[in-house]
Design a protein around this ligand. Structure first.
Ligand SMILES: Cc1cc2nc3c(=O)[nH]c(=O)nc-3n(C[C@H](O)[C@H](O)[C@H](O)COP(=O)(O)OP(=O)(O)OC[C@H]3O[C@@H](n4cnc5c(N)ncnc54)[C@H](O)[C@@H]3O)c2cc1C
Length: 598
C-alpha cells in the first residue's frame, strides 16, 4: 500500500516505545493454568496454531480453554430454536407496523441464530478453530435469547419458561469464556487474520485467483482512488472483464462464466477486501441487471444484452432511488411516456433520480419509471427500462439527444465508497426505444418485481462485499496489534486486545457462513432463498461496521489517519447497511415479513 509519504504501509515502522519484534511475557498464573490444561486439548490447539501461525510452542505460555464439542454447540442452538419460534408465532397476531421495534429485534436475533447454525455446519468439516468460533457465536446467541426473554419477553409473548435451560446456560458460559475468545484472537494475530477457510477445490481456485488479482491490481490503487475521489480506470475495467468478473452470473449460453452464487460471493469478497467501490462493487450493477433480464427479459433481449454485460463492453448503473423516494420504491415518480422519434416507437423519461452509482461512466442505466400515471397503482404502475446514455468520466455531465431529450448528472460528495461516484440525475424527455423495456409489452407494469428480483441478488452480493471489507479490517488490525508496542509490550499481548480481535474474527466467521449458505440456497431456488440473502446482508453489513470500527479503535489515533487503510474501511463499511435495502427496511419489510409469513 503506497502511503501519501511515498512509503509502503507494510514497511512503515510501528509507532511505539519498542521495536517491532514481539516480546512475550507470560505471567505465572497463566503458566500454572497452562500446565494444568488437558494435554489432548493442548495438542489440538497446537495443531490449529501450527496451521495458522508460525510458532505453536507459544501455546505453552497461554491459557488454553477446553474446546467445546460441536455436538454441544449444535444442541444449544437447537434448544434456542423454540423460544425464537414462539416469539415469531406470537408476532404473527399483529401487523409488522404495529410492532416495529419487536419485529426488528426478532429479525436480528433470528438472523443471528441462522448464522450460528450455518457456522456450526461449516465448522463440522472446517476444523478446530472454526468449531471454537462456532461455539462462541452460539454462546452469544444464547445470551441474546436470554436477554430477549428477560428484558423484552412481554413484547414477544415469552415468559420465564422460555429462558435457556441449565444445559444451554452452562454451554453459553463456557463458550463465552474470555479465555476462549482471547485464544481465537491470538490465533488470528498469528495467522495475520488471513482467511484460508477450507472450501471445495473449485471455490479455492476462484478465491486464489481473485485474491491474486486483488493484491496485484486493486491494492496498489485503492488508497489513491479513495483519497483523490477518482473514477476506476479503463485499464482496470478491461482487466476485470478479461477475467470474466462481469459475467459471473451470466449463463454460458449468453457469453458468461456462470459459476454459481457461492463463487460469485467469494470473488466479490476478495475484490472488496482490496476496495469496496473500486473493485467489489463493480460487479453489483451487472449482477442486478443480469438477474432482472434472466427473470423477465425476452429471449432477444437476453441474447442482445447479456453477452455485452458479461464481456464488460457495457457498464451499468442502477437507477431506482429518487430524491423524495427511497425505501418506498412503489412510490417512484419518474415517469415514462410513450413517444415516437424518427419513426422509432419508444418512451421518453422525465424526472429526477438520486444516488445512481457509476451513472457517469455507465453506458446503460437499469431505470425504474412510472408508466401508469395513476399513483394509486403503486408498484403495479412501474416498468423497468434499459436506458442508453453516453459515457462521462467526470463528476458532472449534461447530454442532449438529437430529438431534444436531456440528461444531466452531478456526483454527490461522500466520505467513502469512492471509485464510481454516485449521481443525482435529471431526465427531461430522454428518449428510449420500446425494445429497451425489460420483458417488452408483457412486462409493462411489472418492473418493480423484476427490479426486486435483481435486488435479491444484489443483497447477496452486498453480503459478500461486507465480508470483504471486514476481512480487510481484520487483516490490517491483526498486523498492527502485533507490531505496535505500548507500555513495553505489543498490543496483542494485552488480554483486551486478544479478546477484541477474537470477537472480530468470530463475528466475521458467522457473517461469512450465512453469506455462503444463503448463496448456496440461492443456487437451489432464488425466489425461495431471497429472504435468506436479505438475512445475510443484514448481518454481514452490521458485522462490517462493527469490525471496521473495532479495528480502528485498536489502531488508536493512527486508525483515524488517512495514511492507514483502516480509516478507509470504516467509512466504506458505513454505507453497507444503507443501500440494497436500508437496514430498518430489511429488518421489517423483508426479513421480518418473511419470518411472520407475510
Ligand atoms: C453511496 C450510495 C450509493 C447508492 N447507490 C444507489 C444506486 O446505484 N442506485 C439506486 O437506485 N440507489 C442507490 N442508493 C440509494 C439507496 O438504495 C437508498 O439510500 C436506500 O434505499 C434508502 O433510501 P433513502 O436514502 O431514501 O432512505 P429512506 O427511505 O428515507 O429511509 C431513511 C430512514 O427512515 C426510516 N424508515 C423509512 N421507512 C420506514 C418504515 N416503513 N418503517 C420504519 N422506518 C422507516 C429508516 O430508519 C430509514 O433508515 C445509494 C445510496 C448511497 C448512500
Amino acid at each position: 500500500m503506497v502511503l501519501a509519504s511515498g512509503r509502503r504501509e507494510e514497511q512503515r515502522p510501528c509507532r511505539g516505545s519498542g521495536g517491532t519484534k514481539r516480546a512475550r511475557h507470560a505471567d505465572s498464573d497463566v503458566r500454572t493454568r497452562a500446565r494444568n490444561a488437558d494435554p489432548e486439548n493442548l495438542a489440538r490447539l497446537r495443531g490449529f496454531l501450527h496451521k495458522w501461525g508460525p510458532d505453536p510452542s507459544l501455546v505453552k505460555e497461554q491459557v488454553v480453554p477446553t474446546p467445546l464439542s460441536l455436538d454441544r454447540t449444535r444442541k444449544a442452538l437447537a434448544a434456542l430454536e423454540a423460544p425464537i419460534a414462539r416469539a415469531i408465532a406470537s408476532a404473527r397476531a399483529r401487523d409488522v407496523d404495529e410492532q416495529q421495534v419487536a419485529v426488528a429485534r426478532l429479525a436480528d436475533l433470528a438472523t443471528k441464530l441462522r448464522a450460528a447454525q450455518d457456522l456450526a455446519a461449516y465448522a463440522a468439516t472446517a476444523g478446530a478453530i472454526y468449531q471454537e468460533q462456532a461455539a462462541v457465536f452460539a454462546g452469544h446467541v444464547a445470551s441474546e435469547v436470554a436477554r430477549l426473554v428477560r428484558d423484552n419477553g412481554g413484547e414477544h409473548g415469552l415468559g420465564a419458561s422460555d429462558l435457556p435451560g441449565d444445559e444451554t446456560q452452562t454451554f453459553a458460559r463456557e463458550a463465552l469464556a474470555d479465555e476462549r475468545v482471547r485464544a481465537i484472537g491470538r490465533a488470528v494475530a498469528q495467522s495475520k487474520g488471513r482467511n484460508d477457510g477450507p472450501l471445495d477445490e473449485m471455490l479455492v481456485l476462484a478465491r486464489d485467483a481473485a485474491r491474486d488479482f486483488t493484491d496485484s491490481e486493486v491494492a496498489p490503487h485503492a488508497e489513491r482512488i479513495h483519497r483523490n475521489d477518482e473514477l476506476v480506470s479503463e485499464e482496470f475495467l478491461s482487466k476485470m472483464a478479461e477475467l470474466g468478473y462481469f459475467g459471473l452470473s451470466v449463463p454460458e449460453q449468453y457469453g458468461g462464466v456462470e459459476m454459481g452464487n457461492v463463487a460469485m460471493c467469494i470473488t466479490t469478497e476478495e475484490l472488496s477486501r482490496g476496495s469496496l467501490a473500486a473493485a467489489g462493487s463493480l460487479i453489483t450493477r451487472p449482477e442486478i441487471l443480469t438477474k432482472a433480464l434472466l427473470a423477465g427479459g425476452t429471449e432477444a433481449q437476453k441474447l442482445h444484452w447479456l453477452p455485452k454485460l458479461a464481456s464488460g463492453e457495457l457498464m451499468v448503473g442502477i437507477s431506482v432511488t429518487e430524491p423524495d423516494v427511497g425505501s418506498d420504491v412503489a412510490g417512484v415518480k419518474c415517469r415514462a411516456e410513450r413517444a415516437t422519434q424518427d419513426g422509432v416507437a419508444g418512451w421518453t423519461i422525465t424526472g429526477p433520480k438520486a444516488w445512481c452509482t457509476f451513472a457517469g461512466r455507465a453506458d446503460i442505466l437499469a431505470l425504474l419509471a412510472r408508466t401508469d400515471p395513476d399513483m394509486k397503482k403503486g408498484n403495479a404502475g412501474l416498468t423497468l427500462f434499459i436506458v442508453p446514455k453516453p459515457r462521462a468520466l467526470g463528476h458532472e455531465f449534461e447530454f442532449t439527444q438529437a430529438g431534444g431529450g436531456k440528461l444531466a448528472g452531478k456526483a454527490d460528495a461522500t466520505p467513502g465508497y469512492r471509485g464510481m461516484h454516485s449521481f443525482t440525475l435529471n431526465f427531461e424527455r430522454w428518449f428510449v426505444p420500446a425494445e429497451n423495456v425489460v420483458g417488452g409489452e408483457a412486462q409493462i407494469g411489472r418492473g418493480f418485481y423484476l427490479q426486486m428480483g435483481g435486488f435479491s441478488a444484489g443483497r447477496l452480493q452486498t453480503a459478500g462485499r461486507a465480508c470483504g471489507v471486514a476481512q480487510a479490517a481484520l487483516e490490517k488490525t491483526a498486523e498492527y496489534v502485533v507490531d505496535r508496542v505500548q507500555f513495553g509490550k505489543p498490543l496483542i499481548d494485552y488480554q483486551l486486545t486478544q479478546y477484541k480481535l477474537g470477537w472480530m474474527a468470530v463475528q466475521l466467521a458467522a457473517a461469512r457462513a450465512i453469506t455462503y449458505a444463503a448463496a448456496a440456497a440461492m443456487d437451489e431456488d432464488e425466489r425461495k432463498a431471497s429472504p435468506y440473502a436479505a438475512q445475510a446482508k443484514l448481518l454481514a453489513c452490521d458485522v462490517a461496521v462493527a469490525v471496521t470500527q473495532d479495528g480502528q479503535l485498536l489502531h488508536g489515533g493512527w486508525g483515524y489517519a488517512e495514511e492507514y487503510a483502516i480509516s478507509r474501511y470504516v467509512v466504506d463499511a458505513q454505507v453497507l447497511p444503507i443501500f440494497e435495502g436500508v437496514k430498518p427496511i430489511l429488518q421489517l419489510r423483508v426479513v421480518g415479513k418473511s419470518l411472520l409469513g407475510g
